[in-house]
Design a protein around this ligand. Structure first.
Ligand SMILES: C[S@@+](CC[C@H](N)C(=O)[O-])C[C@H]1O[C@@H](n2cnc3c(N)ncnc32)[C@H](O)[C@@H]1O
Length: 644
């Protein structure tokens, strides 16, 4: 199993930032997240603080709120605010064939192998977790349909596409995408897999049936099982390492034994090598590692040896002289525990000399300094195996040396050649330099590990920031589109107004023309009335004066503008108007005949005159009575008075 670096949570739960990060724990933010979890059942506490803090602040700025506590009050007062906050926090940037190189690898290398590992009619189960508005799920549908053919795809494939955002899921189910959203699609695939709907495109309905959308919260809900291909891209990176680890354990459970996991290009599984093995690390495609079973080899001991498994080492055929001049320090003991041999290297390194030969080992300094060796000798002899004592420190010439000591039982033949009963060889190897190098290497390793973790955390941070930027760009594009559509709407209204204006101008022209015609008719009528020698008075059905010509003015001493629209019956003009009533009534009743009447009246100079009045009906166009025309002439004084 490859050695794995375990990056610490780059964005720890306590809200502090990773190395180089800016803000520290924001108590207000924590309270807000806990409130959302407790009252709304949505747990954002497992999300990275840097990103979530930015998103919450952004929402607060939109509302002009600077304090988390005030924002919490706002949330409690305005129920709909939760949706707005939810939409601000959950970034839903996505695209068809996002990161084309990775999809190409999946299409050409991974999926054919997944399909080949199955029986010809076996179902193929796919999960797009964090599917946003569905582009990823439909990309999977396109790739699998291309690989299997449409019929096999429909019969065998189920794509479960889940997200926590219901609004996104509703969009995904509709499967309608505008020109901008399908821009990255190969035009041929667009033609084959989408149907035009106005200016937009809808994913084919017959294939849509194999894609099942549903809500699943990766942080809280149980996973889908027996999955062959699990795609979870650009979703885990918003979560803390701890939350990611919990979800990855569930993904491991969700996958079938030969299942593959496809992550986003900024997401790593370095600390989860026990669960997933990279197929292609750069493209973030992993296979599931089978869980450890009882047949797995047990974990080896600290010295890399299973106790009792190593046969005792021997120094076969080592001549005493060779041993004496060996570069490594050696002390050899007889079976009775006396010192048999001390070589020159040992004399130089340890508090022991050739003069100690023949003395009991326990009486010699080296048996307990720099480390207690007697029990190791006993153990080596009793168990007939090499006993190692590592990292023994020895001060020599004001220098600290590191020794590696090996207590080695000798075989009978060696003992014989040494000329005595069974013995033990103790070697003292100076490994100071190796230890120093090892220490330096380990320090270098942990520095590399830290640098790698920082790099990983920075890269994830960059990627989340990038996604946020993309989301902002998309929001701006939407606002721009909205503005454009408002602009278009204004343009239409403007055009409509212009056309109404044109119509009004035409009506006005027409009216002006009519008014000219009316003026002409009026002046014609006036000249007709003025040309008559009789006084002419025209009354409407309401007895109001409609016309009063010049002769009438002269006869009765009242100007036209003084009587127009006045009630004729109420005029005091020296004419006994009551006597005219029957004539007027007849005319208004529709009597087509004219009636004549001679009346004595007092003219404007106070002289009594005889007036002949001729009354006839005034009919409108359809023949119904509309008023009365009265024509009046003064009779010459000597004219015979007509009968009443
Ligand atoms: C940036 S989008 C990625 C979409 C798509 N996988 C891709 O790579 O193009 C992240 C999606 O993860 C979803 N998400 C965030 N938290 C989630 C959770 N706890 N459970 C399920 N989905 C979640 C968001 O709603 C959003 O749709």
């Amino acid at each position: 199993m490859p050695e794995v670096a375990v990056p610490e949570d780059p964005d720890p739960q306590d809200g502090s930032e990773p190395a180089g990060g800016a803000p520290v724990a924001e108590d207000g933010l924590e309270t807000l997240l806990q409130h959302l979890r407790d009252t709304r059942g949505f747990d954002f506490t497992g999300y990275k603080r840097s990103s979530i803090s930015r998103r919450v602040r952004r929402r607060m700025e939109q509302l002009g709120i600077t304090d988390h506590g005030d924002y919490l009050d706002h949330l409690e007062l305005h129920g709909e605010e939760f949706t707005a906050l939810f939409n601000t926090i959950l970034i839903n940037v996505t695209a068809f064939f996002r990161d084309p190189d990775s999809w190409e690898y999946l299409r050409s290398e991974v999926l054919p192998a997944v399909v080949a590992a199955k029986g010809p009619t076996d179902p193929i189960r796919v999960w797009s977790a964090g599917c946003a508005s569905g582009e990823e799920a439909y990309t999977l549908a396109i790739v699998l349909s291309e690989l299997l053919g449409r019929d096999q795809f429909r019969d065998r494939v189920k794509i479960y596409a889940t997200d926590v955002d219901e609004e996104d899921l509703a969009r995904a189910r509709q499967a309608v995408y505008d020109e901008r959203q399908v821009r990255g699609l190969d035009p041929e695939l667009l033609e084959r897999y989408f149907e035009p709907v106005g200016t937009r495109f809808q994913f084919r309905s017959d294939l849509r049936r194999s894609v099942i959308f549903g809500r699943n919260d990766l942080v809280q809900d149980a996973p889908i099982s027996r999955i062959d291909v699990l795609v979870c891209r650009n979703t885990l990176m918003y979560l803390t390492a701890e939350t990611q680890a919990r979800i990855l354990a569930r993904f491991h459970y969700a996958l079938a034994p030969t299942g593959v996991l496809f992550l986003g290009k900024a997401e790593m599984l370095l600390s989860h090598a026990a669960l997933f093995r990279p197929l292609d690390l750069r493209r973030r495609v992993f296979t599931r590692v089978a869980p450890a079973t009882a047949t797995d080899p047990p974990f080896a001991g600290g010295d890399g040896q299973v106790p009792g498994a190593t046969p005792p080492a021997t120094v076969d055929g080592t001549p005493e002289e060779v041993l004496l001049s060996a570069p490594v320090a050696y002390v050899v003991l007889n079976g009775d525990g006396t010192v048999r041999l001390v070589n020159r290297a040992a004399e130089g390194l340890l508090d022991v000399s050739a003069a100690d030969c023949g003395r009991p080992f326990r009486d010699v300094d080296v048996s307990y300094r720099p480390v207690e060796l007697r029990r190791h000798v006993d153990l080596a002899l009793a168990e007939r195996r090499v006993v190692r004592v590592d990292d023994v420190q020895l001060v020599r010439d004001e220098q600290i040396l590191t020794l590696q000591i090996r207590v080695q039982p000798l075989s009978a033949s060696t003992t014989l050649r040494l000329g005595g009963p069974p013995a033990v060889a103790i070697s003292f190897e100076d490994v100071t330099e190796q230890a120093r190098l090892r220490e330096e290497l380990s320090q270098l390793g942990s520095r590399l590990e830290t640098a790698h973790e920082e790099l990983q955390s920075t890269s994830e941070e960059l990627e989340t920031t990038n996604e946020e930027l993309q989301s902002t760009v998309e929001e701006l594009e939407t606002t721009n589109e909205e503005l454009q559509s408002t602009n278009e709407e204004l343009e239409t209204i403007n055009e409509e107004l212009q056309s109404t204006n044109d119509e009004l101008h035409a009506i006005n022209d027409e009216l002006e023309e009519r008014s000219g015609q009316l003026n002409e008719v009026n002046s014609f009528l006036e000249s007709v009335l003025a040309g008559l020698h009789s006084g002419v008075i025209v009354l409407g059905r309401d007895f109001l004066v409609r016309a009063w010509n010049q002769q009438a003015e002269e006869l009765w001493g009242l100007r036209r503008d003084e009587v127009l629209h006045q009630n004729f019956l109420a005029l005091d003009i020296g004419l006994p108007i009551d006597r005219l009533r029957p004539m007027i009534r007849e005319a208004l009743a529709g009597d087509p005949r004219s009636h004549q009447l001679g009346i004595a009246a007092v003219n404007r100079r106070g002289r009594t005159i005889e007036v002949r009045v001729l009354g006839s009906a005034l009919n409108d166009r359809d023949g119904s009575p509309a008023g009365v025309i009265l024509m009046m002439d003064e009779e010459p004084p000597d004219a015979a008075r007509p009968a009443d």
